[in-house]
Design a binder for this molecule. Sequence first.
Ligand code: WT7
Length: 650
Amino acid sequence: MSEKQIFQPNPEFSKSANIGSMDEYNALQNRAINDYEGFWGDFAKEKLDWIEPFTNVLDESEAPFVKWFDGGKLNVSAQCIDRHLDTRKNKAAIIFEGDRGDVETITYLELYRNVNRFANLLKEDFGVKKGDRVVIYMPMIPEAAYAMLACARIGAIHSIVFGGFSSAALKDRIEDADAKVVITADGAFRKSKPYMLKPVVDAALEGDTPVEKVLVVERNNEDVTWKEGRDYSYHELIKSKSSECEAEVMDSEDPLFLLYTSGSTGKPKGVQHNSAGYILWAQMTMEWVFDVKENDTFWCTADVGWITGHTYIVYGPLAMGATTLMFEGVITYPDAGRPWAMVEKHRINQFYTAPTAIRVLHKMGEDEPKKYDLSSLKVLGTVGEPIDPPAWGWYYEEVGNSKCAIVDTYWQTETGGHVISPLPGATPIKPGCATLPVPGIIAEILDPITGEKSEVGETGYMCISKPWPAQIRSVWGDKERYVKSYFGDVKKDGKAVYFTGDGARYDEDGYITITGRTDDVINVSGHRMGTAEVEAVINEDENVAEVAVVGKPHGLKGECIFAYIVLKSDDHITDTAEEVKAINNIIKQEIGTIAMCDHIVFVPGLPKTRSGKIMRRILRAIAKGEEITQDISTLEDPAIVAKIESMVEC
Ligand code: WT7
C-alpha cells in the first residue's frame, strides 16, 4: 500500500449512497462556497425539528464568538428521541454488548422512558436545573447515554470525564466546571473481571468540593463505600420516577456540554459545545460520511469519555434515528477476533475505530477477520491520528474485503464532528489521506506567515476559514483562552481564522494529508496529551529540577511520551529504576495511565537557547534517533546535545 494508490468507490454502493458521486459532492460544496448561509439555513430547517424557527443563520458580529441559528428553540434530547417515536418506537436505538458477551437492546420507546426517568431523578431528587453542570464519570453502559440525554432534556450541561482519568484529574475538571452533581457507577467489567470507578470519585471529592450529590449506577455490584446524604443508588431512586418528562425549551446557543481536552499550555481546557449547531452537524455527518441507512447497525468503538463517543455513539446516531452499538469491553478480549465476532453477531454495517486499534488488531490477529462473516460491512472508519498505509491496507483488504470504503475522518474535540473526510460513495480514496473537506466546511491549508494557501507538497497549517455550526463556542470560564488558542496564529486577508494545531499538505489532486500536530501536543493512541501538562506533574517529584517531554513514534500507539529529566542532585539517588517508577506513579495518580512515559532519561541539562527556551525539536530528533541537522551553535551550551545523545540508546 502506498499513498500514491487510489481506490474508486464501490459502484454498487455508490448507486444508493446518500452522496453518490463527485459531481454531487462538488455541487454541495459549491453551494456552500457561494451561498454559505443558504446552505446551512436550508439544512438546519430540513434536518432539525424546531420548537420555534431561527431568525438568523449566522451572526459573526462578535467573531470569533459566533451564533448559529439565533432565535431558534429546540431540545437536543427531543431531537435524539421524541421525534422518532412516531415511526421508530420499536426500533433498536442502542444495542449494548457487555464485556462478558451479555446483550441488551433498548428501543426508542424504552430510551424515551429511561431518559425521562433519569431526567426526573436529576430534577426532583438532586434539584438539577437548566445551566447546572453535571460531571459524568461512567463506564460504557447504556446508563451513560441516558445520563447525557437526561442532562440535555432538562438543560443541564454535562461534562464527561473519561473513566481512565485519575481522581486528581477528575477533581480538577469537577472544580473547573463547578459541578454540583457527579454521575458514576460502582464500576464495570473488563476482561471478565470487575473494576471500580466509585472509589476514584470518593477520592476526587475529598476536601472542598462543589459537588453536593453523587448518583451511583450499580453495574458490577461490588462493595463501595457510601457517604450518607451525598451518595445515592440509581436503582433505588429511579423506581419511583415518572417516564414522562417535558423537554426544556432551549435556545440554539444554549450550552449542551463541556469536554476537557489538552492544549499546548496550562491545564486542560473545557471545550464548550452548544445545542443546535452541534446536533445538526452530528446528524449530517452520520448521513454523509458513514452513509447510515434506516436498517443499518452502526458501531463506533470509542469511549463516551472522548468526543468521538459523544458525537458518534450517542448524539449523531440517535439524532438520525439509527441503531448504535455500545460496547463495554476490550476489543482484544478474549482474543483479537472479538470485534469481528461482534460484526458477525450484530450484522454491523459501519465500523468506526482508531488507527492504534487497527494496528493492535492487525498485530495480534492478522488472520482473525477471515474466520468471521464480515459481509454486512459497508463503511470502515478511522479517526484520531494519521493512519499508516500498512494498517490502512490490512483494514481495507482483510476487514473490508476490498469492497468497503475507508473513511479517514479528520476532526477534533473542538470541531464537534468530521471536517475532512472522504464520502464513501463519492470520493476516490488514498491510503493515509483524509482527502477533502466535508461539504459545508471551508477548510484550507494556509501558510502561517503569508496567510496564502499552501503550495502542493508544502506543509502548512490546517485551518478552517469560516465558522461552522459545530465549532467550539468558547473555553469554559476563559474566553480569552478560546481566542488565543484558536484564533491567534493564522490570518487570512487580515482576518484571524481557526487554526487546528495540525500541519497538513495538499497533493497534486488537491487532497489533504494531515501531517500531525505543530504544537507541543503529543498524540498517544489517538488521545491528546499536552507536554506542559505532563511536565507540570513530573515537576511535582521532589527530586526533579527540570523536565522536557516530547513525543516519540511508537509502533502501536502512534506516539509515546519520552521525558528528559534533570535531577536536582543525583547524589542520593542510587536506584534510577526506582526513580523512573516513582515518576510514572505520580503521572498515574495525577492524570492517569495514558500519560505514563515509555522512556525516561536522566540528563545533565536540557538544550536551551540563550533566552532560556527549551529546543524541543532537538529533543524530538534525539528521541527518534535522528541525526541533528540544525545549527546548535546558538545554544547556551552546545555541548549538551552530544552528552544527551550519548545517554539515549535508540
Ligand atoms: C487531534 C484531535 C476527533 C476525535 C479523536 C481525537 C488528530 C484526529 C485524525 C485523522 C490525522 C487526526 C489531530 C487532531 N487527528 N483525526 N483522521 N488523521 N490526525 O480528538 O483528542 O480532540 O484530537 O487528533 O492531531 O488535532 P482529539
